[in-house]
Write a protein that binds this ligand. Structure first.
Ligand code: HSE
Length: 324
């Protein structure tokens, strides 16, 4: 029986719980029986013999029923894998939960981009404890990239990875391109529609894309920190810039690029017929390799079930060999 602890029970955590209910049979056929033995977040915890439905219901009504701190649950409960889906803050909070699990020899699956500041340490700790850290959900949501680099392309030299790592910016730029509207108008409409956050600065200033780029770089074996990323956001792009670009067969996209030489997030001209001229909130990446040529991937970079589906994919990856 696989014992799972879920730390963080907001949108993604609840999405994971809903998929674990909905896909229980398929999951168990592939990796064997599992049980969520604990869920904890800032509102409290639920432990022992409980139904996932009840946990979701109680969280929706306000809080989880037991008065236990997530770190205490992470330290004291007995689980094989921690699903760490707390909110990304570039500090130690999420990392503390992950380290606690790994030190006990439990594996960790996370969607928390905070790993950008500690990926190498966390991977070393996991190896030392014969555990695993899986983090496909941190970069590009449902778009596959981490396992693609680590596994499918493991024996290729990755020359560069470049593309779109922020759906909010891509949505804004797409509408500026298609409707000739100014940045601030599209931003406020995107906020009204719930696509852009009330405080959009992490997205529109390229911070979110830069964090994801750092995770990609370190996955590729390039030691990099957030400060190493040359970064410019999309706030200064005008409808006029689009007009000039379009006349020459180009559009403008916020492109994140990592190679051995540099890490950069900036608005760049992209040929209108390039796959990277992708529209809407999608994410997309072009991976340039020595022997496999160019590989293009695209997908939904965010969303409750999209992110939860990737967490399930990591769960499968972690346990798939156990039954064979
Ligand atoms: N704010 C992010 C985006 C969400 O717009 O892509 C996923 O990290």
């Amino acid at each position: 029986m696989i014992k799972i602890a879920i730390i963080g029970f907001g949108t993604v955590g609840q999405g994971v719980a809903e998929l674990l209910i909905k896909k229980k049979n398929e999951i168990e056929k592939k990796i064997g029986e599992f049980k969520v033995i604990a869920i904890a977040d800032l509102t409290g915890a639920i432990l022992g013999d409980f139904k996932l439905e009840d946990a979701i219901e109680s969280r929706r009504r306000g809080k989880l029923p037991e008065n236990r701190e997530a770190i205490d649950v992470a330290e004291k409960e007995d689980y094989d894998v921690m699903i760490e889906v707390t909110t990304t803050k570039l500090d130690e909070s999420g990392i503390m939960y992950m380290k606690t699990a790994l030190r006990k020899g439990a594996s960790v699956i996370t969607s928390n981009k905070s790993i950008a500041v500690a990926l190498t340490d966390l991977l070393k700790l996991a190896e030392k404890k014969s555990a695993k850290l899986l983090y496909e959900a941190t970069v590009g949501g449902a778009m596959p990239v981490i396992r693609l680099l680590n596994s499918y392309l493991a024996l290729c030299e990755i020359r560069s990875v470049k593309g779109i790592l922020n759906g909010t910016c891509n949505y804004i730029l797409t509408r500026m391109e298609e409707e000739g509207l100014p940045y601030h108008q599209v931003l406020s409409e995107a906020q009204e529609m719930g696509i852009a956050e009330a405080n959009p600065s992490a997205d529109v200033e390229g911070i979110d894309a830069a964090i994801k780029l750092v995770i990609l770089a370190n996955t590729m074996g390039i030691t990099a920190k957030f400060e190493d990323v040359e970064r410019e956001g999309i706030t200064k792009i005008t409808p006029q810039a689009f007009k000039v670009a379009m006349q020459k067969g180009y559009t403008i996209r916020l492109i994140a690029e990592v190679s051995k030489k540099y890490l950069r997030v900036s608005p760049r001209l992209v040929r209108i017929n390039s796959p990277l001229a992708i529209k809407g909130t999608l994410n997309a990446l072009m991976i340039n390799t020595d022997t496999a040529g160019e590989i293009f991937v695209a997908g939904r970079g965010a969303g409750k079930f999209e992110t939860a589906s990737v967490i399930l994919s990591d769960l499968y990856e972690l346990f798939r060999t156990r039954n064979s």
